[in-house]
Ligand binder design. Structure first.
Ligand code: SF4
Length: 403
């Protein structure tokens, strides 16, 4: 498959596999990404696996796996979507046109599945955003079993007794979710401990991959990087053992790959500040212009504590990580990545219709501009298909300008 022949996101993944023909590890990661949703739905249909729709990141992933269930990230349905899927949300459910395209895609996909033999349970989150809160309510009316966890937020100065109260509150939430997942208000602590160990192990391994990539910036290109980190590291594409085996193989490959001095001289190190862009052509444009996504804002690298009971460990992890709330904390992470990698630019990516993320991006753009660090602010629309359009031209021009 050549780049000119690309018509869909699946084509992009096939193209990416071809580009990485030298790496079995990257091909395996791309295979896992491609088969994530279809395989989970097939296994469920055949009665081989239990599965639910979930955001597919954070504390809930170890808990869901420990409950014997596969978490399937609903945001990954974006790349199965197109304009028609979004129109279901706009025309049938009367979502305003300006609503975030990620939410509209998800709603459209659930609508299409409402009568199919697939899992109809959704673990939502009341602290996500208003458009998703609307989606949960609508899906309940359409027969989905939706459970929402409550808002979790730790203000920057919250410590001591107040923090302990929050932890206690969240431990109760974890038991509530477990009861919804399994029908029993009992967490299998042994299995949860194993899942926490797995998560920590993988976080450490991925840190190593990121370190090794600094010597081999083009070994894992942009699309594969985003899928491996933003999706795979969060939920393992529904196949934890296979994902970990692919990462082990990647580390081995990177450790044995000869360093190419020309690549190190020519590379344009970039930091990606955003979610998983569904317009895969953006990644192709970065690659073609000589850029390499070596830093990411959204990779959660804080380990879970293993010295305390596993349920408490999940709760404490939440408050250690959800302390932010304000864009300024995320900006600090970005700045740290830029400094560490001597990055030449930042790619600020968000979805059209997400009002608060667009405010963050504007703040960051201004801040980094004043510090002399170039950035480009992109708004994605879940556009699928061939790599055309103004956004691709802008990305290429931006990366080339940094060369
Ligand atoms: S991008 Fe913004 S509006 Fe869209 S789902 Fe995420 S938080 Fe909500």
């Amino acid at each position: 498959m050549e780049i000119e022949e690309i018509q869909s996101q699946r084509d992009y993944i096939e193209h990416c596999k071809r580009v990485h023909s030298y790496s079995e590890a990257v091909q395996r990661i791309l295979d896992l990404s491609e088969s994530y949703i279809p395989d989970a739905e097939k296994a469920y249909k055949e009665g081989k696996k239990k599965a639910i729709w979930a955001s597919g990141y954070g504390w809930e992933v170890p808990l869901i796996y420990a409950s014997g269930i596969t978490p399937v990230a609903f945001s990954e349905m974006g790349r199965l979507s197109d304009k028609e899927t979004m129109q279901i949300a706009e025309d049938y459910y009367q979502f305003p046109v300006e609503t975030c395209s990620m939410v509209k895609c998800t709603v459209g996909q659930w609508h299409l599945r409402r009568e199919a033999t697939t899992f109809k349970r959704i673990l939502g989150n009341s602290s996500a955003c208003e458009p998703y809160n609307l989606a949960w309510e609508i899906m309940k009316q359409k027969g989905y079993d939706v459970y929402n966890t409550d808002v979790t937020y730790r203000g920057p100065t919250v410590e001591g007794k107040r923090l302990e109260e929050l932890v206690e509150f969240f431990v109760k939430e974890i038991y509530d979710v477990t009861e919804w997942l399994t029908g029993v208000r009992k967490v299998d602590e042994d299995k949860l401990r194993i899942e926490i160990q797995r998560k920590n192990r993988l976080l450490i391994k991925l840190k190593k991959v990121l370190e090794l990539r600094r010597k081999h910036p083009f070994y894992v290109r942009s699309l594969a990087t985003i899928l491996m980190l933003n999706v795979g590291l969060n939920n393992y594409f529904g196949k934890p053992d296979e994902y970990e085996a692919a990462i082990d193989l990647l580390i081995e490959e990177l450790e044995n790959a000869p360093v190419n001095e020309k690549d190190l001289k020519n590379v344009i190190p970039l930091v990606w500040a955003g979610g998983t862009g569904q317009e895969f052509g953006i990644y192709e444009a970065i690659d073609q212009a000589g850029g390499a996504l070596l830093g990411l804002r959204s990779v959660p690298f804080k380990l879970y504590r293993e010295d305390i009971p596993p349920v408490e460990s999940l709760a404490r992890w939440v408050y250690d990580n959800a302390g932010a709330g304000a864009g300024v904390y995320a900006r600090n992470v970005l700045e740290h990545e830029v400094d560490k990698l001597s990055a030449r630019g930042l790619i600020l990516y968000g979805y059209i219709g997400c009002s608060f993320a667009s405010v963050d991006r504007e703040m960051w753009r201004k801040y980094f501009h004043e510090k002399g660090i170039a950035s480009i602010n992109l708004e994605g629309s879940f556009q699928t298909g061939a790599p055309t359009g103004q956004v691709i031209t802008r990305v290429k021009a931006f990366v080339e300008m940094l060369a």
